[in-house]
Design a protein around this ligand. Sequence first.
Ligand code: T46
Length: 137
Amino acid sequence: MLENKIQMINLETKNTANAGSLTFFESKNDIPFEIKRIYYIYAVPAETVRGGHAHKKLEQLIICLHGKIKVILDDGNERKDIVLKKPNCGLYLSPGLWRDIVYLEEDSLLFVAASEYYDESDYIRDYDEFLAYAKGR
Ligand code: T46
């Protein structure tokens, strides 16, 4: 089930009266993997769709630090849409999920912690190839 391949993680947050909030997470303690890479995506025009791929091995925690982002997930059997808009809420994605990401608002900022270094051979960027991969798992 797709539900078993994702997890919404409420990240620990310290609120200071009249001085804002601080959110943090630690490898293995708060998220289920060791972080090897951080990247972020910004300056995307509203309604732009990015993604359009799956990963074979990569685990990720994705956080919308600003704005609003819709993540459309597909495990080859089911689809699920998740809207991210809170900087203290992380979406954990296990491998084998096709994702399309819609940047709903101007200036949305997507922050990602990833379990592996960048490796293009980990990507499946063809949907039919993904369906065949998902069936064979
Ligand atoms: C994902 C979603 C949420 C690098 O050289 N190093 C990197 O660490 C990354 C992430 C990308 N790249 C290169 C690969 C492409 O030539 O940057 C270019 C744009 O990447 P891409 O088209 O894959 O970007 P998105 O926004 O479609 O997807 C990205 C991540 O690649 C992907 O893992 O889950 O964000």
